[in-house]
Design a protein around this ligand. Structure first.
Ligand code: DGL
Length: 254
């Protein structure tokens, strides 16, 4: 059975693991959260490149035949280098700007992400290829990653302050450009009740599926979890991961 590596700086990557388990239940997954170095979004380009490379190499050494970089920040910095370095399929996630612009209906699009994702050239190249890119506003939310890591979901006061300059009625789409932000989908929907709150998870996993051998049968897949190279075996940690996956399922259903 194909082994797939899903990698993020932390628990944001569970957003993509959850989607992968829906679209491709019959695979084996290795989920790798680089918890020793989270948050990436406040680190330098060189640090992110190094940590991402170490994590991906770990997944390859442990038999993965396909890698999902379940982190917008790591994708922005490292995915092109990784693809040059390693021969296996590597799928990255980018803020879903194209899909937002396809639906914006003359209202604006707000992209929220880590400071690194918003600064990196990859996003600006993507925007420059979109005809309506002047309809897009970008805003970094540097504190949400740490809040998601500590299961603090009380983000409304922070988001209200940060997003005060963006009148909700002006926006038809809010793009969650960081996989950790999905834990707070309820708060974004409260602040932008008339907008679609979207992310790139579904399309990214569709792409992953298209790169895998078709028609593998068999039982439902297994997930092995690693924190910066250490296997997660403690029942408490595994229960926390299960709780986070459940939160993401609830957020997706809103
Ligand atoms: N989950 C990562 C992303 O999608 C961000 C994490 C971080 O700052 O570590 O951008």
């Amino acid at each position: 059975m194909t082994k797939i590596g899903v990698f993020d700086s932390g628990v944001g990557g569970l957003t993509l693991l959850e989607e992968a388990l829906r679209q491709r239940p019959q695979a084996d997954y290795l989920f790798y959260a680089d918890v020793d170095h989270v948050p990436y979004g406040l680190r330098t380009h060189e640090e992110i490149l190094q940590y991402t490379d170490e994590s991906v190499r770990f997944l390859i050494d442990h038999g993965c035949k396909c890698i999902v970089v379940a982190c917008n920040t790591a994708t922005a910095v490292a995915v092109d280098t990784l693809r040059r370095r390693y021969a296996l399929p590597i799928v990255g996630i980018e803020p879903a700007v194209k899909s937002a612009l396809a639906h914006h209906a003359l209202r604006r699009v707000l992209v929220v992400a880590t400071p690194v994702t918003l600064r990196e050239e990859k996003l600006h190249r993507l925007l420059s290829r979109c005809p309506d890119h002047d309809m897009v506003d970008l805003h970094p939310l540097p504190q949400l990653v740490a809040m998601a890591e500590r299961e603090d979901y009380d983000a409304l006061p922070y988001l209200r302050r940060e997003l005060a300059p963006y009148p909700p009625e002006r926006y038809s789409e809010v793009v969650l450009g960081c996989t950790h932000f999905n834990y707070f989908r309820d708060s974004f929907l409260r602040l932008f009740p008339q907008a679609e709150v979207i992310d790139g998870a579904e399309g990214t996993i569709r792409r992953m599926c298209s790169l895998l051998p078709a028609g593998e049968g068999g039982a439902a897949g297994r997930v092995a979890y690693f924190f910066s190279g250490r296997p997660v075996t403690s029942p408490d940690e595994l229960a926390r991961l299960a709780r986070r996956l459940e939160r993401l399922r609830q957020m997706r259903a809103l």
